[in-house]
Write a protein that binds this ligand. Structure first.
Ligand SMILES: [Zn+2]
Length: 344
């Protein structure tokens, strides 16, 4: 009995091959009848309707029958199939290989995703209004304020002491995304549309609070916010959920600012902080003294009606309009009440 096969070559020609059916007829026989060079045999494989078959497949099979059309396809080196794997193997072994997850290990992808989708404090999904701290952590403002009021903020967020340590941010919602959707990113870059999901770097602009992707800032060279056009400088850019190094740099900056503000406060109180000693500066001290002297002499002059009297006015009369500047001779007795303008 003879078996006839149609074989589509890699060059899309259809060849007809007729083979004598034997007990041991395999696809390898079919292949070698087409490829006279034995070296090229391992470089091709047969497939039927896209399904690959190994060379050792005995013919005929329920699928490969008389007059079947097979495709002869090249094995792509380096892309699988070059080690003799035709893809005809069961996928089970791969599935098993990947299903064995170590239970005590947190998937870094999940952790990273969590940082971008959830409040760093409450772990609840981010919802506006949101704030960031000076290290680039992102919070639901409500959760953070509540924790501050209840003095319940954990150690890692002790650097947030009040509203002055928070930066209000404006996130752009992905259009059509439900605010209570439990999965995936909710926000995006308003310029590039890149999702706020941890795959891309994002910056907060400190002055206006807009959150834009690094890509947008890089592509559109501008010293103004791409959303609201408010001017910003390099130091106004704060990286969100940055790398360890980036967070360390932000922490350093935060500490520097803290030192600066306490110095300024001390200066305002008149304490010379240049050499760190509590020394009342001469200038401030002298000024205070002078002020003291002045006030003992009358200091800021009290208003006296007499000083403003018109030139031709009788001083006493003029003064009497306003106050009891003229000392009255009348004395109140139990019988009569003294009347100021001397009319009695
Ligand atoms: Zn802006």
């Amino acid at each position: 009995m003879q078996l006839q096969f149609f074989v589509r070559s890699p060059t899309h020609q259809t060849l007809t091959v007729t083979l004598e059916s034997t007990q041991t007829l395999t696809l390898r026989h079919l292949k070698s009848s087409l490829l006279p060079n034995p070296q090229s045999i391992s470089s091709f494989y047969f497939a039927l309707n896209g399904k690959p078959f190994s060379d050792s497949t005995l013919l005929p099979t329920p699928e490969i029958t008389h007059l079947s059309t097979l495709s002869l396809l090249p094995c792509i080196s380096g892309g699988g199939g070059d080690g003799g794997a035709t893809g005809a193997e069961s996928r089970d072994c791969y599935l098993k290989m990947y299903s064995e997850k170590k239970p005590d290990k947190i998937d870094p992808n999940e952790k990273r995703l969590g940082q971008w989708l959830n409040c760093a404090l409450s772990y609840e999904p981010l919802r506006e209004p949101c704030v960031i701290d000076k290290l680039g952590n992102i919070f639901n403002k409500e959760a953070l304020v509540e924790a501050l009021l209840g003095k319940k903020s954990p150690k890692e967020f002790r650097h947030i002491k009040g509203l002055k340590d928070m930066i209000n941010i404006k996130l752009s919602m992905i259009p059509g995304k439900q605010s209570d959707a439990a999965d995936g990113a909710m926000f995006q870059c308003p310029i590039t549309g890149l999702e706020f999901n941890g795959k891309y770097k994002f910056f907060a602009l400190k002055n206006c609070g807009h959150i834009v992707s690094a890509k947008a800032l890089k592509e559109v060279k501008s010293s103004a916010c791409l959303v609201c056009h408010k001017e910003f400088v390099e130091s106004d850019k704060m990286v969100i959920n940055g790398s360890e190094e980036e967070v360390a740099a932000l922490r350093e900056k935060m500490e520097e600012e803290k030192v600066k503000t306490t110095m300024e406060k001390k200066k305002k109180r008149g304490i010379d902080v240049v050499d760190g000693k509590k020394d009342f500066g001469k200038l401030e001290g002298n000024e205070k003294l002078e002020n003291g002297k002045k006030s003992s002499n009358g200091g800021v002059k009290k208003f006296r009606a007499l000083d403003l009297a018109p030139a031709n006015a009788t001083k006493e009369v003029y003064a009497s309009i306003f106050t009891s500047s003229k000392k009255s001779d009348f004395k109140e007795t139990y019988m009569c009440r003294s009347l100021p303008l001397g009319r009695n």
